[in-house]
Write a new protein. Structure first.
Length: 188
C-alpha cells in the first residue's frame, strides 16, 4: 500500500528548545551503529552500515550536515532525522527515528524541526515533503504540529486520512488535493 504523503510550505518553525542536557549534532561516522540500531527498532528489519551508506550517504541530496542526531545528556544518539535536498526548492524529511526510551518528552517536534530548518535556511527549500504510514499516529501528530498538511495523492487517501484524523481525535483535517488546492475533510 502506498505511504501517506504530507507537505509543508516554508513557514515559522518552533525555536530550538530541548530539556536540559539534550543537544543536537550532525553526522559522524561513529554514530552509524546507533543510527542502524534506531532504524532496526522502528522498522522491525535489520539495518547495517551498508544500508546506511546506500540509503543515506549514497543519496546525492544528503550530506553529513543534513543528518541530525539528538544526543542524550550522556552524549548518546537517541534520535535522528535527515533533510534531503531534492533540488528546485524542494526538500524531503527522511528517516525520522526516536529511541523508545525518550518518547513522550516532546523531543520529536524539535528533532523534526532541525532538518527542516536546515533545508529552509541552508538550501532555500520552500516546500518539504515526507511520507509515513497510517499507523504512525504519534508521528503524524508531530508532523501536523509542525505545519505539514496531508496530500490526497489518489482516491483512497481521503478515507485513509479520515481514519487518521479520527484516531487523533480531530473534527476537521485541512489537506491538499491532487491539484495542491487546500480543502477540508470532516471527520465522521
Amino acid at each position: 500500500m502506498e505511504q501517506l504523503t504530507m507537505w509543508w510550505r516554508k513557514r515559522t518553525l518552533p525555536s530550538p528548545s530541548l530539556p536540559e542536557g539534550y543537544q543536537f549534532t550532525t553526522h559522524r561516522d561513529s554514530f552509524t551503529p546507533q543510527w542502524t540500531r534506531m532504524m532496526t527498532c522502528i522498522t522491525g528489519e535489520e539495518w547495517s552500515r551498508e544500508n546506511f551508506q546506500e540509503w543515506m550517504l549514497g543519496d546525492p541530496g544528503i550530506v553529513p550536515e543534513s543528518i541530525f542526531y539528538l544526543l542524550s545528556p550522556e552524549g548518546t544518539p537517541v534520535g535522528s532525522a535527515t533533510g534531503v535536498d531534492k533540488g528546485n526548492g524542494l526538500g524531503y524529511l527522511h528517516m525520522v527515528a526516536l529511541d523508545p526510551s525518550v518518547r513522550g518528552k516532546g523531543l520529536a517536534l524539535q528533532l523534526c524541526a532541525q532538518p527542516m530548518r536546515w533545508l529552509a535556511t541552508q538550501r532555500d527549500c520552500k516546500c518539504v515533503t515526507l511520507t509515513t504510514d497510517d499507523e504512525r499516529i504519534p508521528a503524524i501528530k508531530t508532523y501536523l504540529s509542525l505545519g505539514f498538511l496531508p496530500v490526497l495523492t489518489d482516491e483512497s487517501m481521503e478515507d485513509r486520512w479520515r481514519g487518521v484524523g479520527n484516531a487523533i481525535g480531530l473534527d476537521i483535517l485541512q489537506v491538499y488535493d491532487a491539484d495542491r488546492q487546500q480543502k477540508k475533510i470532516v471527520m465522521m
